[in-house]
Ligand binder design. Structure first.
Ligand code: ADP
Length: 399
């Protein structure tokens, strides 16, 4: 058994999952949160114990020290040498990466060059990698990109209709996101299909950030997020796709700069902006059930945009074998799934078992009936296992 550590570093957090590979057994998992604060939080789940400490966590390097010390103190590992490889989630791989790579100097340079495209994420992903590298310099690492799975899109699906020299000069394209999740969902969905050699799948990763992907024979042909995660369907706080003149007109009317409005479109729009209630779908659904009109509008808009993308991708794929629901909302909200299905069932000849749907939260299940032309499947996503697999394959199995 080989221990592989998977890391997902955000600007003030560091999530981790330690695996025994190739068995794909989770040894422990957890998160350091509020990094940079005096009241940082360090949580770890190991076997059936859950621990939580509140303590100052100065920076990501300190979070890594804390993690390694906990592994030793709790005797999860006897020595740091047991960790043979680390796998790091990187959000933006731009034009450079169409699969996971060994995290060498060249990869580091390219990831750094993409920070302007993904300022919130790539910087933090690099900080997490460097924190590990400085603490465990002899342990090799792999970078897995949220965008890599989407690199198989044709130009017609990824080029924006702006002046073409902008596209070329600045590499402006639809890169998408959540690719690791969509790839995992497609692989899992295959287990439910009768002819897995040829598959047409629409995966709906619907959480705070949401995206929809059309996948043919396990390759992405179209995805809803754009140059950045702001594009596509409406989300918790993001607008999703807009007529660009909305940006200009809002700036003019509200006397704000493009940068200010960009922040508002990212952080104060979507379910939160329309409902005025919350970015959390549960709060909006509650308010909707109490008759709050803006909450009703927000949710109807949210559902309609998802349905529109499913319709578009049905055409793009020339039919669909399975529609997959995943992530916070897709896995846990039967009401949302039902509302989406209600929008598309007539056109796509879908029938779900409504009683079964109500019972499914956070577990894999087929919720369509035998009569349905398309299978509808709920699948909890697992991006970490994809990172662990790629890390093991690149650094250990194929070495
Ligand atoms: P992200 O990873 O993008 O931060 P998640 O995939 O965790 O987001 O999804 C968060 C969303 O999932 C929130 O809108 C939350 O309301 C929703 N969610 C989580 N659990 C449930 C639940 N049990 N029922 C309904 N919605 C849920």
């Amino acid at each position: 058994m080989i221990k592989v550590m998977v890391i997902n570093a955000g600007s003030s957090s560091l999530k981790f999952k330690l695996y025994d590979m190739p068995e794909e057994m989770v040894v422990c998992s957890g998160i350091a949160e509020r990094i940079g604060h005096l009241d940082g939080i360090f949580r770890m789940n190991f076997k059936d114990q859950k621990s939580k400490e509140i303590l100052p966590i100065k920076d990501h390097a300190e979070a890594v020290h804390l993690l390694l010390k906990s592994l030793l103190d709790k005797r999860i590992i006897k020595s740091l040498d047991e960790i043979k490889a680390t796998g790091h989630r990187v959000v933006q791989g731009g034009k450079y990466f169409s699969h996971s790579v060994i995290f060498d100097e060249d990869a580091e340079m390219k990831i750094e060059s993409l920070i302007s495209l993904s300022p919130l994420h790539n910087g933090a992903n690099l900080v997490g990698f460097r924190a590990f590298q400085s603490t465990l310099p002899n342990v090799l690492a792999v970078a897995t990109f949220d965008t890599a799975f989407h690199r198989t899109m044709e130009d017609q699906d990824s080029v924006f209709p702006i002046p073409y020299d902008y596209t070329i000069k600045h590499d402006i394209r639809r890169y998408g996101a959540h690719g690791t999740s969509h790839q995992y969902l497609a692989l899992e969905a295959l287990k439910h299909l009768d002819n897995p050699e040829h598959s047409k799948i629409i995966s709906c990763h619907i959480g705070s950030g949401s995206s929809i992907t059309a996948i043919k024979d396990l390759k992405c042909v179209a995805t809803s997020m754009g140059l950045t995660p702001l594009g596509g369907i409406m989300m918790g706080t993001r607008t999703g796709d807009l007529d660009p003149s909305v940006m200009k007109y809002c700036c003019y009317k509200e006397d704000k700069t493009a940068e200010e409005m960009f922040q508002i479109f990212n952080k104060e729009s979507g379910l939160l902006g329309v409902s005025g209630v919350s970015n959390d779908s549960r709060d909006v659904l509650n308010a909707m059930q109490k008759g709050n009109e803006r909450a009703i509008l927000a949710y109807k808009l949210f559902v309609r945009r998802i349905a529109d993308f499913i319709g578009q991708y049905f055409v793009r794929l020339g039919g669909v074998d399975a529609i997959v629901f995943s992530a916070g909302i897709g896995e846990n909200s039967p009401e949302t799934r039902q509302m989406i299905i209600d929008e598309i069932k007539e056109a796509l000849k879908i029938e779900i078992d409504e009683e079964k749907n109500k019972l499914i939260r956070g577990k894999e299940a087929l919720i369509s009936t035998q009569n349905s032309a398309i299978k509808v499947i709920v699948i909890p996503t697992d991006e970490e296992i994809m990172i662990a697999r790629d890390t093991y394959d690149l650094l250990i199995k194929n070495k």
